[in-house]
Write a protein that binds this ligand. Structure first.
Ligand code: NAD
Ligand code: DAU
Length: 335
């Protein structure tokens, strides 16, 4: 099988490329990634010389670059490539539409033209909007995105759905909750808090810190996508989540405790505009129909993750310079 993975130099994509090469040593993987600020080939050092792996630098919204990859003969596409950070989408929405909507459409056209056996769109629970105190997102929950990021992901999802309904493209859409684990860009809550706490910097908590996210270890997300590629019923959506709802404050306090740092570092800052209060995924469908189960418990997963960032300080120190520094100054000032 020849697999095209887009966005494979990012957090989940790089974990997925490594996971698939380990689980399916006979598969060929072509990783197409534009290497935006979030793409980092260092994530893939352990497999860069694997003869079944190739990297192509390219933009999924560029028809010619995408066409060149499809000419190699692609069986399956897994589309991770995206602008993924909600706060950046509030500062600069345009690039989100370009990559997450137009880029998806360019990939879909190529997949249709060349014929693939599966197109998996990696999406997010954020397309469903925000939950109240009870209830969970299921695959039939109406889409109600609240940020430019989630709106652009919803736009991409709807195009994927339409290419199935209109052209019969064999697709699946997966919608996952918040991932955590190795190689996550340190603008996202968990690595941001770990890296700032280690430097005794103020820890920015939006609003009252009681917003809830449902956390899933990245490897469990990878195993779910692997199942969807092989057993997903064409046209179906699968929600993926770890049943690990935690408030942001709980996450931050857990990290501080683990690092032996004081809670006085916590600094409440102005809330994120349009901040979704609660996400919670019902993973019953993928569990029942495809037999998926997460392997990692949150309590051990978060400890392992903290340890990984402690052991890979060079990785995130290198990232936290240059262009990323400019964004941090824009977002948080000199805090
Ligand atoms: P990330 O920001 O770490 O990585 C995104 C990758 O896409 C980067 O390597 C970047 O260079 C690449 N990219 C961006 N624009 C591109 C373009 N135009 N062409 C080619 N490559 C491009 O993101 P992530 O957290 O790994 O998320 C991956 C996917 O999973 C995204 O589609 C995201 O919406 C989805 N998702 C993420 C989470 C999460 O918790 N991180 C949860 C659910 C779904
Ligand atoms: O739910 C899946 C989504 O999870 C993915 O689709 C997105 O790509 C991914 O970025 C993530 O989105 P969130 O907005 O939930 O993740 P983030 O790490 O940005 O924020 C997690 C929570 O922490 C959220 O409630 C906002 C809060 N937060 C975040 C940052 C960066 C803070 O309080 N302070 C911060 O500095």
């Amino acid at each position: 099988m020849k697999l095209m993975v887009t966005g494979g130099a990012g957090f989940i994509g790089s974990n997925f490329v490594m996971y698939m090469l380990k689980e399916h040593p006979g598969y060929e993987i072509v990783n197409m990634d534009a290497l935006t600020y979030a793409g980092n080939l260092e994530n893939l050092k352990s497999i860069e010389n694997n003869p079944n792996y190739t990297f192509v630098q390219g933009d999924i919204a560029d028809m010619e670059e995408v066409d060149r990859v499809f000419q190699q003969g692609i069986d399956v596409v897994v589309n991770f490539a995206a602008e993924s950070h909600v706060d950046r989408s509030i500062l600069e929405p345009e690039i989100f539409v370009n990559t997450n909507v137009l880029g998806t459409q360019v990939l879909l056209d190529a997949a249709k033209q060349y014929g693939v056996t599966k197109f998996v769109q990696v999406s997010t629970d954020e397309v469903y909007g925000s939950l109240g105190e009870t209830g969970l997102f299921t695959e039939t929950t109406p889409l109600a995105p609240n940020s430019p990021y989630s709106a652009s992901k919803a736009g991409g999802d709807l195009l994927v759905r339409a290419y199935h309904e209109t052209f019969g493209l064999p697709i699946n859409i997966t919608r996952c909750s918040n991932n955590y684990g190795p190689f996550q860009f340190p603008e996202k809550l968990i690595p941001l808090i770990i890296s700032r706490a280690l430097k005794d910097e103020a820890l920015p908590i939006y609003g009252d810190g009681l917003n809830i996210r449902d956390w899933l270890y990245v490897e469990d997300h990878c195993s779910a996508i692997d199942l969807v590629i092989h057993d997903g019923v064409n046209g179906e959506v699968y929600n993926i989540g770890g049943n690990n709802e935690r408030t942001n404050l709980h996450i931050v306090k857990t990290i501080l405790q683990e690092l032996g740092k004081p809670e006085s570092l916590i600094t409440y800052v102005t809330d994120r505009p349009g901040h979704d209060r609660r996400y919670g995924i019902d993973p019953a469908k993928i569990t029942r129909e495809l037999g998926w189960k997460p392997k990692h418990h949150f309590e051990t997963g978060i400890q392992e993750t903290i340890q990984w960032y402690l052991n890979h300080q060079e990785w995130w120190t290198r990232i936290q310079s240059g262009a990323y520094r400019e964004y941090v100054n824009k977002q948080y000032g000199d805090r």
